[in-house]
Design a protein around this ligand. Structure first.
Ligand code: MN
Length: 237
């Protein structure tokens, strides 16, 4: 046993559907602007190659949780996303081999402090303060690839949606992804060696909007899972 000078923090992990076992989480990669209508609502074209940003693994939150409204923002946005769970490591993975590296999938919310993200973007600064804050990555229980309906085996179809207090805000289909799941694995693995335990948030469809303390968010991807999160009071840091 390694002898540490302070107690090491617990390993981040995600629940697994219909199982007491958990999925150990290593890193969280996120794809920006991967649905045309969302890219356009953010003021961009839908023709760009995929790009990535990251969140810390301990930004995860479980479905059913009440999470504090984060500090430093007046414009917290929801982004409902299909999330891939990597089960086998690899670098320079060909798109046609990508499915072999995926263990399963889930539904996540890429919470975004939009005001901070845009302010930093305009100054050419990193996105981190807009994207990588505490509780910024709620995630449903993961479903193993083998349990996903055959028609959705490569995530090419399936309704993706999110409601706030029962009002539908995001409603799209995985068929609208600009870059497919297998393309995303290929691109990401050109930059880093993907490792077992990595998660990839695959981008959000149009309809992102602001939420506030007390709001209840529900979302899902048909055939994959559902997530529910309540926003608590503003966090005092
Ligand atoms: Mn996103």
């Amino acid at each position: 046993m390694t002898d540490y000078v302070i107690s090491p923090y617990p390993r981040a992990s995600a629940a697994v559907m219909s199982s007491k076992q958990r999925f150990p989480v290593r890193r969280i990669f996120c794809v920006g602007r991967n649905y045309g209508a969302h890219a356009r609502e953010m003021g961009f074209s839908d023709k760009e190659p995929p790009f990535f940003f990251t969140k810390p693994a301990d930004a995860l939150a479980e479905t059913g949780a009440t999470i504090p409204y984060p500090p430093l923002t007046k414009d917290l946005h929801h982004e409902i996303e299909l999330v891939l769970a990597v089960g086998k490591s690899g670098a320079n993975i060909a798109a046609e081999d990508a499915m072999m590296h995926i263990w399963g999938a889930g539904v996540g919310i890429d919470f975004t402090r939009r005001d901070l993200q845009i302010a930093h973007r305009e100054k050419g600064r990193p996105w981190d303060w807009g994207k990588a804050f505490d509780h910024s990555a709620p995630l449903s229980p993961l479903i193993p690839l083998a349990d996903i309906p055959k028609a959705q085996a490569e995530f090419n179809t399936g309704r993706i949606w999110l409601s706030v207090n029962g009002e539908l805000r995001q409603d799209a289909d995985l068929s609208e992804l600009i870059w497919s799941v297998t393309d995303i694995i290929a691109f990401c693995s050109q930059s880093v060696r993907l490792q077992a335990g990595d998660l990839i948030f695959t981008g959000t469809p149009a309809g992102v909007s602001a939420v506030g303390p007390g709001d209840s968010l529900s979302g899902g991807v048909d055939g994959i899972g559902e997530i529910q999160i309540t926003l608590g009071e503003r966090e005092a840091v």
